[in-house]
Design a protein around this ligand. Structure first.
Ligand SMILES: [Zn+2]
Ligand SMILES: [Zn+2]
Length: 352
């Protein structure tokens, strides 16, 4: 009997701990992947908490349908260890990144390729066991992506922060107004967005973040202008400098202040895509919404097709990887604590 090790959530709002179980045997189109790397993401922290912040002291319970012990981690890359009877045996030994945003495969959204919208989602590390482990069972071989010649760390993180940033930006291409673009929030996803935006858009890319260090990094990495949202009268200055605001805005932070800022600096007829999940509430005077003819779209993760497009871009050398550091899988709780405390720059990638 083969055994696998996992860093498991055994209780919500409590540290992960190691559990040992029998390694699952893949059935049908399933594939067992031996994990080489799994990135640590902010959403792992939210799942560990068991709630999302709705603002005003209210919380959304996110524990529904989850059984403990549960394995977090959704930025996975590794080697195919075993395949189900309906998968070609040649796949065994292949190095692959794992696309984690998997739907039920049965519903209308899944049939349309919008698995990220599926109500019966099987997101790895979110609703079924994920990557803080030695092995992961993937529901179908089609979710495995070739990543050669990319480094394995980049391959793993592209599937979450990468596909999120890419998908959010894709919702802004081909719009009638294309003078300028603003990215708010320069964490892992926002920094990746900055790199993609330069490959996807012709217009200048501005950024906004409270951290001076993040703004400097962004300016060194191709941003044309960097704004500090806490600067007095910054909104007035932006509206003047941009001739009425930004046609396209992505809010990668997704909190009350970042959205208030986005709404204040979006131009008439402009669009805001919100993909951050820091939480809270935001209010908007109806007349301001209508007067500005603005569009606000919420966006989370991405589709398998977007994952494949992004992987192709990266494999063609069009995308610069963000800063990353490798740490042992057994230390995952320590790095969760560091990330919570805001002590992590770039991405932590856990290794087996
Ligand atoms: Zn993630
Ligand atoms: Zn579905």
């Amino acid at each position: 009997m083969a055994l696998m090790r996992r860093q498991s959530l055994v209780k919500f709002d409590a540290p992960l701990c190691e559990t040992i179980v029998e390694t699952p045997r893949p059935q049908g189109r399933e594939v067992l992947v031996r994990i080489e790397r799994c990135g640590l993401c902010h959403s792992d922290l939210h799942i560990q908490d068991g709630y999302a912040d709705l603002g005003g002291g209210k919380r959304l319970d996110t524990t529904r349908g989850m059984t403990l012990p549960f394995t977090l981690g959704h930025e996975i890359a590794g080697v195919v260890d075993e395949v189900g009877p309906d998968v070609p045996k040649e796949l065994i030994g292949a190095k692959r990144a794992v696309f984690p945003w998997i739907g039920c495969g049965q519903c209308r959204d899944c049939a349309n390729g919008d698995e990220n919208l599926c109500a019966k989602q099987r997101f790895l590390g979110v609703s079924i066991d994920g990557g803080f482990a030695t092995h992961v069972l993937v529901p179908d071989a089609k979710y495995l992506l070739e990543y050669d010649p990319l480094p394995v760390n980049q391959a793993a993180t592209l599937m979450c922060s990468g596909v999120t940033a890419y998908g959010a930006l894709k919702r802004l291409v081909d719009r009638p107004r294309q003078r300028n673009l603003l990215l708010i929030g320069l964490g892992g996803v926002g920094m990746m967005g900055l790199s993609f935006a330069q490959a996807m858009f012709r217009q200048p890319v501005s950024v906004a973040d409270l951290s001076a260090a993040a703004r400097d990094t962004a300016l060194q990495n191709g941003a044309t202008t960097a704004y500090d949202p806490s600067e007095p009268d910054v909104i007035k200055r932006i509206l003047k400098e941009t001739g009425g605001g930004f046609d396209e805005v992505v809010d990668f932070a997704g909190n009350e202040k970042s959205m208030a800022f986005a709404v204040a600096v979006v131009a008439r007829g402009g669009k805001i895509v919100v993909s951050g999940l820091m939480g809270g509430q935001f209010t908007l005077p109806m007349v301001q919404w209508v007067y500005k003819r603005m569009t606000i779209e919420g966006f989370m993760v991405g589709t398998l097709a977007e994952g494949q497009e992004l992987m192709a871009l990266a494999r063609a050398g069009k995308i610069k990887p963000p800063p990353m550091r490798e740490e042992p899988m057994a230390d995952v709780q320590k790095w969760i604590d560091e990330l919570r405390a805001g002590h992590v720059v770039g991405r932590v990638v856990l290794t087996n």
